[in-house]
Design a protein around this ligand. Structure first.
Ligand SMILES: Cc1cc2nc3c(=O)[nH]c(=O)nc-3n(C[C@H](O)[C@H](O)[C@H](O)COP(=O)(O)OP(=O)(O)OC[C@H]3O[C@@H](n4cnc5c(N)ncnc54)[C@H](O)[C@@H]3O)c2cc1C
Length: 221
């Protein structure tokens, strides 16, 4: 039997945890079998299907918006034993969806059940050639253009793009009429209120990247 924290740390668990542990163990054979698919893209898709079939994506995209960290730990323990690919896809789905839980618009939040069921997969596009640990150095920009944002910049090391149709993209907001980065505006005096309005919108959701890792001039719905 695959060992999980519910076995040796029961005092940290509540009533739901043993049931989740059993559900995870029941899903283990299908998760492991996903690696038997013929090639890498097929293995990615099979891992998504196995995670969806087990209902695990619901842990990172819960209907009530309350992610339970201990449930994530149990799931990742099991995935670590059975299928590292599925573990990565699961973790990045959480990274991509969590900004929607925290700050998504009503339209964006309406998509959360599709992520919970694995019908949609998210990516998380933060890292750039010159910005990894140093997140403040991101140079990708988002500029409001009528109904859309226009993104410009480059991202790399973005997991899940092979199976994702959505990405949470991190960018510096560029003020449309001054045309200078938000960081620059915020250091100026007299425009704090304007900047605060924009600061809430620094997370932008892009659709349909067609697998491309460049965000150059992407118009967002
Ligand atoms: C398999 C894989 C999947 C990934 N998936 C994604 C993804 O889905 N989305 C995404 O956005 N990114 C992803 N990344 C990128 C990952 O998040 C970055 O690689 C990470 O943030 C580190 O950035 P970096 O590679 O630029 O290294 P750097 O930030 O340049 O760090 C290099 C080294 O310097 C050290 N270092 C950095 N800053 C300091 C400091 N101030 N003091 C002391 N030491 C320091 C670091 O610890 C490290 O050892 C992925 C990376 C890998 C390997």
């Amino acid at each position: 039997m695959i060992p999980l924290s519910t076995d040796d740390l029961p005092w940290f668990c509540d009533d739901g945890d043993p049931a989740l542990a059993e559900r995870l163990r029941a899903a283990a054979p299908a998760l492991a079998a996903a690696e038997d698919a013929v090639d890498e893209p097929a293995r990615d898709r099979a891992a998504v299907a196995a995670l969806a079939e087990a209902g695990l994506f619901g842990l990172v995209a819960p209907a009530d918006g309350q992610v339970r960290a201990r449930s994530l730990c149990l799931a990742r323990e099991l995935l670590g034993w059975t299928n590292a690919r599925a573990d990565s896809i699961f973790a990045v789905q959480g990274l991509g969806v969590h900004p929607l839980l925290l700050a998504g618009s009503a339209e964006q939040r309406a998509a959360i059940p599709a992520f919970a069921q694995g019908r949609e997969v998210a990516a998380f596009a933060l890292t750039e050639p010159e910005a990894g640990s140093d997140v403040a150095a991101i140079a990708a920009s988002a500029r409001r253009d009528g109904e859309h944002y226009v993104l410009e910049g480059d991202k790399l090391f973005i997991s899940n793009l092979g199976v994702a149709r959505h990405a949470t993209v991190f960018a510096q907001l560029v003020h449309e009429w001054l045309g200078v980065p938000f960081e620059t505006i915020s250091s100026m005096t007299g425009v704090e209120q304007l900047d605060l309005l924009d600061a809430d919108r620094s997370v932008v959701i892009a659709r349909g990247q067609d697998g491309s890792r460049s965000l150059s001039a992407v118009a967002l719905p």
